[in-house]
Every structure is written in structure tokens, then in C-alpha cells.
Design a protein around this ligand. Structure first.
Ligand code: ATP
Ligand code: MG
Length: 327
């Protein structure tokens, strides 16, 4: 029986955090057993915000693949590769760029938000990265794309581009389905945990760092004194308990509402919860070396290039670019 194909990836912009873990990684690594999975490290996409720091990207790539391994990626089951090692992706990006208008790209709410966060003029590559992402996705002709909820507009665009290509040039791309994780908030109480926003708890943080970050988190602003009853729904710390699946959450909520459970204890419990999640990840991370990462990326790159070349040939056939004169 043919396995369903899964394709997804992340930008190597820094260490992976618990937002990545719950929003994207957990789900995707669960799919390794039943599906043919491709996990891409999007180094060209990282360049779209880090062009002035491009020499830092290699270290991030290595760290990211080790984070993958630590969080459950199994190189015996799934393929991991670097975007820049598969030049066919860049070719497909050029071709698919013709199927989307500039105004369509500028309407994308995720890109809009990121452009505002960037705080400087956006490059051509930045505005167009969802097209490059659509090429990355469609190249592997996946059924499923497991990602965080902020990726919804990008998946929508990839689906539109696939549909448009199929209508214009003949059925070639299956229309991929997004599989969405939950949005995980930041330690500053913000809506999204993000490396770029500096509000993340990283999968490689040590216990002291975790404790410091949890201590600095805001709690329910209306609960000033220990005896004030709290409102869990308004408390960022409570959001984290929910996010990581702390058990007996009902008791914590009741304790907060009746002021029998204090914010300090609540934070201590959260620190313990993070430690329990991150400690075994750190242990697995330490088992892998840079050589392991190199072998995985070399092997994965070779497999990805074969799959990509097959799709690119079919695309060129469809658009009439396998010129008869050159055969
Ligand atoms: P940055 O690197 O600037 O922090 P980012 O982490 O969102 O941005 P990526 O590294 O490419 O960008 O994200 C990788 C995947 O992790 C995407 O599927 C994204 O949706 C998901 N993700 C990232 N942050 C979160 C979060 N806070 N909650 C849920 N999912 C997230
Ligand atoms: Mg990132």
C-alpha cells in the first residue's frame, strides 16, 4: 500500500522552543510511523530575515537537527534535508511565482504581521517567501502538511497555487491538507512564542534558565496579594499549564479561584512541568554529534533531490519546457 506523504519544515533562526514542540513537532513526529515524511530545514527562508547574519545560520541548522532528533525525529523512518541542497526547489519557486499576484501576497495576514515585526523595509525575498514555501511543499506532492496555526494562510496559498497549476497545465499536484497544532503563547504573555520575539523557553534550556524565565512571567494582574482570588483564564501562567498538559489542572484552577493556591506555588509547578518535558529531550540531544547531523543531511539531501527532480521534470513537461529541439 502506498503511504501518505507528509512534508513540513522550519526556519533555522535559533534554538527550537516549546511552542515549536507543541505547535508542530509533536504531531509531525507521530506521523513518522504511518507516513512517508520529509522534514526540511528552510535555510534560504531564514536568509529572508537574516541576510545580515548569514554566517550564523549553519550553527542554527546543526542545532535544529539535533533538536529534531531529541524531540522524536527518527532518521530511519523519515527524511530530513536542507532547502539549499535541493536546487530544484528554487527552480520550482521561479515557475510558481507566475501563478500568484503581488497583491495576493501582500494580503497575507501572517506575512503582514511579520512585516510589521521586522521593523524595516521588506525584501523581495521576504514578501515572496510563501511562494517559495508553496514550492517546497508541492515539490514532494504531500497529502499532509503539519504546521503551527500561523501557517494557515501559507497553506491556503500553496493549495491555491496547486489548484491553479492543475487547472492551467493538467493535474499534477495533489491539493495538500494542513494539519494544525495549537498556538503556544510567549513568556511575555504575548500571543505567540517566537525566537525572534525573545519570549521563548527553548528545548535546550537548562533548569536554572527555565526557572528564571518562569519566575519572570506575568500572572493574573488582578491578583495582587496572596489572598486575592484569581481568574485562571486571565493568567498567562495558567495558559502554560494548559499548553503543556499539567495534570490535575482543575485543582489548580479551584485553588487559584479560592486563593488557596498561590502564584509562587503555581509557578513552581510549572517549572517542574517544563523540567519533566525538557530533561529527557536534553538527554537525547546529547547523544547526537555534529557528524550524525552531517550524515543525516547528506543522505536526506540525496533522497530529496531524486524526488524533487522527478516532480520538476513533470512540471517542465506540463508547461512545455522540456524543449523538443534539445532532446
Ligand atoms: P521565528 O523563527 O522567528 O521564531 P517561527 O518559529 O514561527 O518564527 P518557524 O521556525 O519557521 O518560524 O516555525 C516552525 C513551525 O513551528 C511552524 O509550523 C510554526 O507554525 C510553528 N510554530 C512556531 N512558533 C509557534 C508557536 N508559538 N505556537 C505554535 N506553533 C508555532
Ligand atoms: Mg524559527
Amino acid at each position: 500500500m502506498m503511504q501518505d506523504i507528509v512534508m513540513t519544515g522550519d526556519r533555522p533562526t535559533g534554538p527550537m522552543h516549546v511552542g515549536h514542540y507543541f505547535g508542530a513537532l509533536k504531531k509531525r513526529f507521530e506521523m513518522q510511523d504511518d507516513c512517508r515524511c520529509f522534514f526540511m530545514v528552510a535555510d534560504y527562508q531564514a536568509l529572508s530575515t537574516h541576510a545580515d547574519r548569514s554566517s550564523e545560520i549553519e550553527a542554527n541548522v546543526i542545532g535544529m537537527v539535533r533538536d529534531y532528533l531529541a524531540a522524536g525525529f527518527d532518521p530511519e523512518k523519515a527524511v530530513c534535508f536542507l532547502q539549499s541542497q535541493v536546487p530544484q526547489l528554487t527552480e520550482l519557486t521561479v515557475i510558481l511565482s507566475n501563478l500568484v499576484t503581488l497583491s495576493r501576497l501582500l494580503r497575507n495576514p501572517t506575512t503582514k504581521q511579520e512585516m510589521a515585526d521586522l521593523n524595516r523595509q521588506s525584501s523581495f525575498a521576504f514578501v515572496g517567501y510563501p511562494v517559495s514555501q508553496a514550492a517546497d511543499i508541492l515539490m514532494m506532492r504531500p497529502r499532509y502538511v503539519p504546521v503551527g496555526p500561523d501557517q494557515r494562510p501559507h497553506i491556503e496559498l500553496a493549495r491555491e497555487i496547486a489548484q491553479r497549476f492543475n487547472n492551467q497545465f493538467g493535474e499534477l499536484f495533489p491539493i495538500p491538507e494542513g494539519v494544525y497544532g495549537e498556538q503556544f503563547g510567549g513568556t511575555d504573555g504575548g500571543g505567540k512564542m517566537s525566537t525572534s520575539l525573545g519570549n521563548a523557553i527553548n528545548l535546550c534550556d537548562d533548569p536554572e534558565t527555565i526557572e528564571r524565565k518562569v519566575d519572570a512571567m506575568q500572572t493574573d494582574p488582578a491578583r495582587v496579594r496572596r489572598n486575592d482570588p484569581g481568574t485562571p483564564e486571565r493568567c498567562p501562567v495558567h495558559g502554560f499549564h494548559k499548553g503543556i498538559g499539567t495534570d490535575s489542572l482543575n485543582q489548580i484552577e479551584d485553588g487559584c479561584r479560592s486563593a488557596t493556591f498561590g502564584c509562587v506555588e503555581c509557578k513552581r509547578k510549572l517549572t517542574t512541568g517544563f523540567d519533566a518535558l525538557i530533561e529527557p529531550i536534553g538527554e537525547r540531544r546529547s547523544r547526537y554529534t555534529d557528524e550524525d547531523v552531517r550524515d543525516i543531511l547528506q543522505h536526506g539531501g540525496a533522497i530529496a533531490r531524486i524526488t524533487a527532480q522527478r516532480t520538476l521534470e513533470a512540471v517542465k513537461d506540463a508547461i512545455g519546457f522540456n524543449y523538443a529541439i534539445l532532446q
